[in-house]
Ligand binder design. Structure first.
Ligand code: HEC
Ligand code: HEC
Ligand code: HEC
Ligand code: HEC
Length: 146
């Protein structure tokens, strides 16, 4: 075998050795336990604390708001869509919830947008419709027509 081929083979051997070494040290323990991902990822996800609770958990204390909300168009909306995650607040009321200010929270869903189906959520042009006024001056956020 010519010398230059031997040298080339040596370079290849070193390179492959480095790659195998890196694979050995850098592959996570549970890789491919169930498929091409870390098996431990499942356990880690299961152990995460859920940040969003359910409307029923809010209704336990805020029964009057839950009651009026249940009678209007906003009935299906989770409280936390507008007030943010409630997992700390339900255990400790001194942890404040967000109270949304301004019209942005409403326009998330009601913006006039030709790309979203208009028959499902009513769309308005904020400038034309409210002329700069706060939506909640005329609509109760918990029951728009109250
Ligand atoms: C569509 C958005 C939206 C949803 C859904 C919503 N809220 Fe609100 N909430 C608001 C806004 C906006 C205010 C501030 C109203 C104001 O400033 O007068 C508010 C105010 C409040 C307040 C404090 C003021 C008060 O009226 O006593 C509480 C408590 C509250 N919401 C609880 C809830 C609960 C409980 C739910 C679910 C049953 C809920 N909210 C669902 C938008 C929402
Ligand atoms: C264990 C009872 C309890 C539960 C459960 C509860 N709250 Fe409250 N919440 C309170 C009390 C008490 C206050 C303070 C009222 C006050 O200061 O007048 C409050 C205040 C609020 C406020 C006004 C802002 C603030 O933090 O003071 C909002 C908004 C609110 N809650 C939303 C929610 C939502 C949304 C849920 C469900 C994720 C929820 N709450 C679950 C008891 C509860
Ligand atoms: C998460 C999406 C969402 C947010 C945020 C939201 N809405 Fe709604 N809204 C709905 C849905 C869904 C309906 C029921 C379908 C409909 O009537 O458009 C509705 C209905 C309404 C209606 C009644 C329309 C009718 O059919 O007569 C009004 C008025 C309204 N919302 C105002 C508001 C205001 C004001 C805010 C902000 C405080 C707001 N919405 C925030 C989803 C949302
Ligand atoms: C000055 C009072 C006033 C203000 C401010 C106001 N609205 Fe209205 N809104 C009304 C009235 C009255 C109607 C019913 C007549 C109509 O459709 O114009 C209505 C209707 C709606 C509807 C139903 C539209 C439909 O096609 O049936 C939605 C959604 C709505 N408003 C959302 C909002 C949002 C979001 C804001 C804040 C950007 C807002 N409104 C501000 C008075 C108001």
């Amino acid at each position: 075998m010519p010398l230059q081929v031997k040298r080339l083979l040596l370079v290849f051997a070193v390179f492959i050795g480095i790659m195998l070494g890196l694979k050995y040290f850098l592959t996570p323990d549970s890789w491919r336990e169930y498929g091409p991902y870390r098996g431990n990822a499942l356990k880690e996800i299961v152990n995460q604390v859920p940040k969003f609770v359910q409307m029923e958990d809010c209704a336990a204390c805020h029964d009057s708001i839950a009651e009026i909300k249940s009678q209007g168009e906003h009935n299906p909306l989770q409280c936390e869509i507008c007030h943010g995650p409630g997992y700390r607040h339900i255990d400790d009321e001194t942890v404040k919830m967000e109270i949304p200010k301004g019209n942005a929270v409403c326009m998330r869903c009601h913006t006039k947008n030709a790309a979203s189906p208009s028959g499902i959520i009513k769309q308005i042009d904020a400038v034309e419709h409210s002329e700069g006024e706060d939506c909640i001056n005329c609509h109760n956020p918990h029951q728009p027509w109250l």
